[in-house]
Design a protein around this ligand. Sequence first.
Ligand code: SF4
Length: 293
Amino acid sequence: MTTSAPSGPSRPALLTQTDHDRSAEGLRYVYPVVSRRAGGVSVGINLNPNNACNWACVYCQVPDLARGNGPVIDLALLERELDGFLERILHGDFMVTRVPEGARRLNDVAFSGNGEPTTSRDFPAAIECAGRVLARHGLLGRLKVVLITNGTGTGRATVRRALARLAELGGEVWFKLDRATRAGMTAVNGASDSPAAVARRLEAAARLCPTWLQTCLFSVDGEPPDEAECDAWLAFVRARIDAGTPLRGVLLYGLARPSMQPGSARLSSLPQSWMASFAERVRALGLTVRVTP
Ligand code: SF4
């Protein structure tokens, strides 16, 4: 693929790794991300254009975040947008005009939007839609489909069937586990779930589809997560391993962009040495760990 961008007055701006504007391409559901974690272009699918989520994470980058569910999806529009956007990436000038050199690689399609994707009743139909579009472009089984989720939907049979379908499409789940105590989840995720409920959801997801844990780590008022929370997280994960929950690994990441929530000024990135040290403790559990500070 060509790697030099054309010059000229009408050239659109290149996307950057911190540019996650969901409307960057003027579409309702589909948007590109030059992803730090994925090391290339991720095609995002936003099933929450209403900025509604059932959680309220302190680090959330969604502006005007509201409590609620994803809306009814215009599935025909979603399919047209995904189809057209993949066409631009594969056969148009999108990579050359919009993506910096070094990142002109199509990495994945990711259900990751302005809220929890599984809260939309149309989430299962959206998975089917992604499968159809990938098949049309000859990408089925060749391009990964990722569901980035807080896991709360796995109690519902419709979502569980969709996760099984996602596995058939060669997909994977990135299951959010930032803290593993009720107090920690309340403080970080604005969620009052019990660790036992999270364990059940994680077990359900991991049995249906290859599942990674994703964990956001940061300082609050300059202080790293306290040792009791770190120990609780490690104990929770160790217990899942001992129970036979098939985890693919752990994605540890820091604050890529500023939180858009109240109190965001209190949050800051952790030193790389802290992240590396915690990653070693996770590896000691026998898991693969990827760190994006
Ligand atoms: S689960 Fe995701 S979308 Fe929902 S509040 Fe947390 S970070 Fe934001």
